[in-house]
Design a protein. Structure first.
Length: 316
């Protein structure tokens, strides 16, 4: 009787969101098991310490931090964006030494202009970094006329490596375990926009070539963030329970989609909270997948260990 129960008299439609109280993103797990993740709406970085039952605030304000990652030396990288409240978005990439607390600005301008909203970042074992710089909110704040991907070399040089028309709106970014392939989420919410995952060959000099399609989620909500396991399989946070605008559908259900590099879809880890945003690896054996969605940090155990640059020997 309960399964087929409809709306009561006087109620014409299900509830819709009035306001979001949190928007979790960018999880990153330190070698000691501490999990850092962002709450963009409330302009803070949160910390779930290893073994703790409750999170605490690590940094507030965070500069509207979005994607987080640890580099090869275990320093916390942060893409400080420009979402929800552009007046306090720092629009830069920073690196924090967790031992000393020192925060270093790696880049906040390119060619004399401020970035749109740095979103996600990937780190190589040689110190090279790649970050995405889309604009998903107020595009009137853009100083550039493009949404692009940049490379930061160990000497601090910043180079734009991908932009339109090769891609449309870059979001999540990740590397293969051998660091020879860069994966990019290209998720553009306009009519007919890309909902694709691209792969690029990554050369020793940091250049990208050989663009190829891994999987296309169109016309549903495509990928947001992603991570890669030790066997090179992609774990992509994607989907939505209900279309948010006329330019997407609910054809892609919420979850983490597990995809081989050649595009074979192995399955989906369901998550039942909008909006799913990102995922990362943790645990002593790197077999715990942490997932951010809505107001929640989720976790699930898997059989194949993940891969992160600051813990390359675990599970390998």
């Amino acid at each position: 009787m309960f399964q087929n129960l409809g709306l009561p008299p006087g109620v014409s439609a299900p509830p819709t969101m009035a306001v979001g109280i949190a928007f979790t993103e960018g999880p990153a797990c330190a070698a000691n098991g501490d999990v850092y993740f962002t709450d963009i709406v409330n302009n803070r970085i949160l910390l779930l310490e290893a073994g703790a039952k409750y999170f605490r605030v690590f940094r507030q304000p965070s500069g509207r931090a979005n994607g987080l990652l640890f580099d090869v030396q275990g320093r916390l990288l942060a893409c400080e964006g420009n979402e929800f409240c552009p007046n306090d978005g720092h629009r830069r990439v920073t690196r924090t030494d967790l031992t000393t607390g020192h925060v270093e600005v790696l880049t906040d301008h390119w060619n004399g202009k401020r970035y749109n909203a740095p979103n996600d970042i990937a780190a190589c074992s040689n110190g090279r970094l790649f970050f995405t710089d889309p604009c998903y909110y107020d595009r009137a704040t853009m100083e550039f006329d493009h949404d692009s991907v940049y490379r930061i070399d160990p000497d601090g040089t910043v180079t734009r490596v991908l932009t339109q028309p090769q891609i449309q709106r870059p979001n999540g970014v990740a590397l293969s375990p051998d660091e020879r392939t860069l994966y990019l989420v290209d998720s553009c919410p306009v009519l007919g926009g890309h909902r694709r995952i691209w792969a690029f060959d990554l050369a020793d000099d940091g250049s990208l070539s050989g663009q190829r399609l891994v999987i296309d989620f169109a016309p549903g909500r495509g990928g947001d963030g992603m991570c890669v396991d030790s066997q090179g399989t992609l774990y992509i946070a994607a989907g939505v329970s209900r279309a948010r605008h006329a330019n997407e559908t609910a054809d892609v259900p919420l979850g983490v989609f597990v995809v081989r590099p050649e595009g074979t879809l192995l399955g989906r880890i369901p998550v039942y909270e909008d909006v799913i945003t990102n995922c990362t690896w943790g645990g002593a054996d790197l077999k715990t997948l942490y997932i951010t969605a809505g107001k929640t940090l989720y976790q699930v155990r898997v059989e194949v260990p993940g891969w992160v640059v600051h813990r390359q020997t675990v599970g390998g």
